[in-house]
Design a protein around this ligand. Structure first.
Ligand code: IPD
Ligand code: CA
Ligand code: CA
Length: 264
């Protein structure tokens, strides 16, 4: 494992202890709403602080982009961090959430991990080095047809600007695929696409920290990732489609009739 990824794993394990300890007594947590349906707990903040401290201890000159504390530093190395992806699940005791850490070097995703503390699943990837779940090499699924594909997604839940477009997409997807799932952690949804559990995934309006790590997992596992028009701006727009190459193209075709100008 590349030394930078090893440090990221150390950071994720520290965050995981914070999260797991807190999960035993969620009722006592202080929770505040950032906006409608967008909650942050002291756990998100403590986990993030543990990650940043571990990374900057090893690499004091690197920059950070983290969900709760924002951007700091100026470097060609930027760590993109979601300390707890799936906060709503976590706050309800629903055991589907993750820690997501990615390293961007000169604007290119170089290393990443998604860690699921409930299953002790560590997904890692390094550019050109493949994607792994613990020690096992990952490949995207081989399913060729959309009607046999299991597709992950996320529902709009705090910003309803694109709700009508999303519902139209959803209506089509439930009819054309073998099933649609909304587990609640976009980072894990992408890791599951890399692992071939999902044949594809789409969601509107995610943030960089939700998807940076997962995107590298998918591409290193032989999958494809793009925005809804098949372009590479997904990290900026947060509009994302991912999947094994065959299903990916069919997802783009299925979404196309429902794209408003803002989603193109
Ligand atoms: C959320 C999760 C969820 C997705 C949301 C994200 P958070 O992240 O990834 O699956 O549907 O759009 O914001 O807020 O729990 O870190
Ligand atoms: Ca997130
Ligand atoms: Ca989060």
């Amino acid at each position: 494992m590349h030394p930078m990824l090893t440090i990221a794993v150390k950071a994720a394990r520290r965050a995981s202890s914070v999260i797991t300890r807190a999960s035993r007594d969620i009722d006592s947590l202080t929770v505040t709403a950032k906006q409608h349906n967008d909650f942050v707990s002291e756990v998100d903040k403590a986990a993030e602080a543990a990650i940043i401290e571990t990374l900057l201890d090893a690499y004091p000159k690197h920059a950070i982009l983290a969900e709760e504390s924002g951007a700091q530093g100026d470097s060609e190395f930027v760590w993109i961090i979601d300390p707890l992806d799936g906060t709503t699940n976590f706050l309800h005791g629903f055991p589907q959430y993750s820690i997501s850490i990615a390293l961007m070097h000169k604007g290119v995703l170089s290393h990443s991990l998604v860690y699921d503390p409930n299953r002790n699943d560590l997904f890692t990837a390094s550019r050109g080095g493949g994607a792994f779940l613990n020690d096992r090499r990952l490949r995207v699924s081989k399913r060729k047809q959309l009607d046999e594909a299991l597709i992950g997604t996320g529902f709009p839940f705090r910003d309803f600007t694109h709700l009508d477009a999303y519902m139209a997409m959803f209506r089509d997807m439930v009819q054309k695929t073998a099933g649609v799932r909304r587990p609640g952690s976009a980072a894990l949804d992408l890791a599951y696409t890399a692992a071939g559990y999902f044949d594809g995934f789409w969601e509107i309006g995610l943030s960089k920290w939700d998807i940076a790590a997962g995107c590298l997992l998918v591409s290193e596992a032989g999958g494809l990732v793009s925005d809804f028009s098949g372009n590479e701006t997904y990290l900026e727009s947060g509009n994302i489609v991912a999947g094994n190459p065959r299903v990916f193209h069919q997802l783009l075709l299925t979404l196309a009739p429902h794209l408003t100008e803002a989603l193109k």
